[in-house]
Design a protein around this ligand. Structure first.
Ligand code: NAD
Length: 425
């Protein structure tokens, strides 16, 4: 199952985000100036800051916060802790957030943040000090009505609790609406932790239903990434009766052609080192590249960008790809997949469940009125299916793939709103 390298492809997330934008915006009749405006991030902040390590050393870290667009409302977007974070990656992720929020009709613009750090190499107390200092450094940019962060790769609800506490200490009162993805006991929402993975599965289910495939037990799903998104996508798919035959994380892939016991995998990672899959024995060990080329029906890349590329797209055997991660498929790979007849449910639709329930959390926090999990999940489904319908209508109208259709739908909303608001002054 070796995946052969055929050619090298320039892989820069921001270049890719712009290529996708150019592809979609060409279908829209917007003033050239507005088309050009939407290509640019509105504002960018780079911060270099010191953190005292447990051994007494003082290390310097670099972080970013980028607001891509705020035409539809305050900007919204996660914070990522990862060694490969750079400004272009954050710009791309902020731009995708603008389209994602517009696509699911949330009153938000797009933002993203990140710190260049490997969180697995930090103790909890170092992570807390890093988070509190980064939150203070970007406090120029964040506020409950201006820019609201959330978790992303390498961050979680505890990170959000520290940011909320730091911000609240500065202003002198508790401000739950400064972040979403918080723990329940400090104003989090029911259903937020699982929301992105749940949304991925709602989209898969909808696509399969529309193509007449109504028997989940006959559908074999392979999932790259077993973090927040991948794990809950696996759990929800498993609970609905789908066969999850492979999962993976940074330590590699774990495969069982007869189906994995996802509850057992979750129980294993709950206590394993770094919550990783390494050492899990009830599956065959494969590589992440082998997982992407596995004989399966649905492939869910739920780890990171640039996983399905010019080099391996031809090896994909799934007929449906549901993008839990942001930017996992490059434009060249999109073309190869389209030629093979593989349907790709794009990131800005497939993983929009997270920001949708983040929006519910923000609304609940502002109103101090909290919903039960049934209400959250019902509203989540309603929002995603409506967006799915909009994307399919746009696809049929312009005869394009689902990614381009999703971007056309979203860019049109932001472009029209920009036109209606007018150019200040
Ligand atoms: P996470 O940190 O919880 O999990 C990431 C997972 O990917 C881990 O299992 C990790 O081991 C694995 N991984 C890392 N590098 C890998 C590699 N090279 N090969 C294979 N696996 C690798 O992160 P997450 O929150 O689950 O986010 C995953 C993706 O989903 C990111 O692209 C993120 O932007 C996107 N996303 C997250 C949310 C959210 O609510 N958390 C919402 C929308 C989109």
């Amino acid at each position: 199952m070796a995946v052969q390298a055929q050619a090298t492809e320039h892989i820069n997330a921001y270049t890719i985000a712009l290529q996708q934008y150019d592809r979609a915006v060409a279908y829209l009749d917007l003033p050239a100036g507005i088309k050009n405006f939407l290509r640019y991030p509105k504002r960018e902040l780079t911060v270099n800051f010191p953190v005292r390590m447990d051994n007494g050393d003082i290390n310097i870290f670099t972080g970013y916060r980028v607001h891509h667009n705020t035409v539809l409302g305050p900007s919204k977007g996660g914070i990522r802790y990862a060694p490969q974070v750079d400004l272009d990656e954050v710009r791309a992720l902020a731009m995708w957030m603008t389209w994602k929020c517009a696509l699911v009709n949330l009153p938000y613009g797009g933002a993203k943040g990140g710190v260049i750090v490997n969180p697995l190499e930090m103790s909890q107390s170092e992570l807390e000090r890093l988070t509190r200092r980064y939150a203070t450094e970007i406090s120029l940019f964040i506020s409950p009505h201006g820019d609201i962060p959330a978790p992303d790769m390498g961050t979680n609800s505890q990170t959000m609790a520290w940011i909320m506490d730091t911000y609240s200490m500065t202003v002198g009162y508790s401000v739950p609406a400064i972040v979403t993805g918080k723990p329940l006991n400090v104003g989090g929402s029911q259903g937020r932790t699982e929301a992105t993975g749940r949304g991925v599965v709602i989209c898969m289910d909808e696509s399969l239903r529309r193509s007449g495939r109504n028997r989940p037990e006959e559908i074999r799903v392979a999932i790259q990434g077993f973090g927040n998104v991948g794990m809950y996508a696996a759990k929800h798919a498993h609970d609905l009766g789908y066969q999850v035959i492979a999962v993976s994380d940074v330590t590699g892939g774990y495969y069982n052609p007869d189906g994995l016991d996802v509850d057992d995998l979750m129980a294993y990672t709950a206590t394993s080192r770094f919550h990783q899959l390494a050492g899990y024995e009830h599956a065959e060990h494969i590589s992440n590249m082998e997982l992407l080329a596995l004989d399966c029906d649905v492939l869910m890349p739920c780890a990171m960008e640039n996983q399905i590329t010019l080099e391996n797209a031809a090896d994909v055997k799934a007929f449906l790809i549901v993008e839990g991660a942001n930017g996992p498929t490059t434009p060249e790979a999109d073309d190869i997949l389209a030629a093979k007849g593989v349907e790709v449910i794009p990131d800005i639709l497939a993983n929009a469940g997270g920001v949708t329930v983040s929006y519910f959390e923000w609304v609940q926090g502002l109103q101090s009125f909290f919903w039960d999990v049934e209400e959250v999940n019902r509203q989540l489904r309603r929002v995603l299916i409506r967006a799915y319908d909009d994307v399919v209508r746009t696809r049929d109208r312009f005869d394009v793939d689902l990614r381009t259709a999703a971007q056309i739908t979203a860019i049109k909303r932001v472009g029209d709103a920009t036109f209606t608001r007018g150019i200040y002054p």
